[in-house]
Write a protein that binds this ligand. Structure first.
Ligand code: HEC
Length: 139
């Protein structure tokens, strides 16, 4: 190998090595909310989460954490969900996402349920992060 090639290779190695630990550390440091945002891709086909975004097949979920169930404005909820009398606490959201059909029989969310506890926890943390702190009046 000539000297120029050697120098180039050294330069490439020197540039690459510091990036490796940084990249893996950054991946590990994703917060629970950020992981939840990624897992929420399973829900996005039916749910928007931005403030004021239109409902899709399911209601917009901005502000859903801590809110009374079936109170999003302008969405035609099922009678089953309206009658359930739920408040979307951490535990209620977890149970709903795990198995919506068993948690509120007769509801219209066509989603089989998410078995992975950690993913549910992350999604609930994400929903919390897109909800304002508790308000005295309904949303
Ligand atoms: C196939 C479409 C679909 C998918 C996928 C889906 N949902 Fe839904 N979701 C709905 C529908 C429809 C409703 C309204 C149910 C009703 O009125 O009975 C709903 C309702 C909800 C509600 C209650 C909202 C309120 O205002 O009370 C929450 C919370 C929710 N979904 C979360 C999720 C999460 C989290 C995921 C992903 C893990 C998800 N949904 C996946 C269609 C969907």
């Amino acid at each position: 190998m000539n000297t120029l090639t050697n120098k180039l290779m050294l330069a490439v190695v020197a540039m690459t090595i510091p990036c490796l630990p940084f990249t893996s550390a950054a991946a590990q440091e994703l917060s629970l909310e950020e992981r939840g945002r990624a897992y929420f891709s399973a829900c996005r086909s039916c749910h928007s989460v931005g403030p004021g975004e239109p409902h899709r097949t399911g209601p917009n979920l901005f502000g859903v954490f801590g809110a009374r169930a079936a109170t999003g404005r302008g969405y035609p909820y099922s009678q089953a969900l309206r009658a359930a009398g739920l408040v979307w606490s951490e535990a209620a959201l977890d149970a709903w996402i795990a198995d919506p059909a068993s948690y509120v029989p007769g509801n219209r969310m066509a989603y089989a349920g998410l078995r992975d506890t950690e993913r549910r926890r992350a999604i609930v943390a994400f929903l919390r992060s897109v909800s304002p702190p508790p308000q005295p009046s309904p949303r």
